[in-house]
Design a protein around this ligand. Structure first.
Ligand code: AMP
Ligand code: MG
Length: 305
């Protein structure tokens, strides 16, 4: 998945659970990657009409639901624009305005037609599950851990963390949130049985000739990389797929949009926002779980309901 992954499990069935989990992650990558030429997603994008597996069909449906619930901030049909910028590739570039305006015609859920497992895309459209696939993979690993009777474990798939149960010593896991501006961490959160997913502009970006920094998350409304007032968004929830979709979407929304969205959906997740002006905002449920590292570089503030 073009990232570092680490998987840890404790207990009797740990070795089998880890083998099954890494097998599942590799299988998902072979199904969902846009860059592996014979993946289901690559074939769909290439042929525009393809019969996918039950699992891929379900994830495409889930993605469409999150596009709806985030009012288009998360949108897998952003693919043509992602490809035009090529920010995570070896050859990133700045497309001109006309090209972006043209490609925006092919972005939007209305270009995806699902009939059972048969998917049809309008000509010019394509899908990219990069904003949700790792979260989905973490849900799958959580299920494997549960069915293997793993009571304690943790996984990290490039910014997507899942902690199973508590640490072997019975205490909650301590999940670190990366400081977008250094190699240290900005905060730690004590969690058990939870997913914590971070999106941020600092993770993948390129610097254009004129010095402008373009990061990898695109605003589907404009076709441009988001120039956010946030440096990172961490979503904490009991659903990895949702947490991944929301972390990408709330980064697009920016501070005000993210806070409003959380207020409207406060029952379903918690979050930590790191703002460009040096604040670290967290939701009230995290009050007794979040800790500032020594010499913290951010101004910690709780978000009002
Ligand atoms: P994440 O790291 O989960 O925030 O996902 C970022 C990746 O999702 C990018 O590298 C793109 O492949 C893709 N992407 C970019 N912008 C969007 C968007 N607005 N909605 C959905 N996926 C996106
Ligand atoms: Mg995401």
């Amino acid at each position: 998945m073009d990232t570092y992954m680490s998987l840890t499990a404790y207990g009797k069935n740990a070795q089998t659970a880890l083998t099954d989990a890494s097998r599942k992650i590799n299988e998902l990558e072979r199904m969902l990657s846009t860059t592996i030429p014979d993946s289901e997603v690559a074939k769909l994008n290439e042929t525009l009409h393809f019969r996918v597996s039950d699992e891929t069909a379900a994830l495409l449906r889930t993605s469409l639901q999150y596009t709806q619930s985030t009012d288009g901030a998360f949108d897998m049909t952003i693919a043509p624009i992602v490809n035009a910028w090529g920010i995570t590739t070896d050859a990133p570039r700045v497309p001109d305005e006309n090209e972006i305006a043209f490609l925006l015609n092919y972005v939007g859920s209305t270009h995806v037609h699902l009939d059972g497992n048969t998917v049809t895309l309008d000509a010019g459209s394509a899908v990219d599950l990069g904003g949700i696939a790792k979260g989905y993979a973490s849900d799958c690993v959580a299920k494997i851990f549960a069915s293997s009777g793993i009571a304690s474990g943790c996984i990290s798939l490039g910014g997507n963390v899942y902690v199973c149960g508590n640490k072997p010593d019975g205490k909650a896991w301590s999940v670190a949130i990366q400081d977008p501006q250094s190699n240290n961490y900005a905060a730690t959160v004590a969690l058990s049985d939870a997913f914590a997913v971070t999106s941020g502009g600092y993770q993948r970006y390129f610097t254009a000739e004129n010095g402008t920094v373009y990061q990898h998350i695109i605003d589907p409304k404009t076709g441009y990389p988001v120039q956010s007032d946030l440096m990172s968004v961490t979503i904490i929830a009991d659903n990895g797929t949702m947490a991944d979709a929301y972390s990408t979407a709330l980064y697009v929304m920016g501070e005000k949009g993210a806070v409003d969205f959380w207020r409207a959906n406060a029952d379903s997740f918690d979050m930590v926002l790191i703002t460009a002006d040096g604040r670290l905002l967290y939701t009230p449920n995290l009050q007794n779980k979040i800790s500032e590292p020594e010499g913290a570089s951010y101004d910690f503030q709780v978000i009002d309901r």
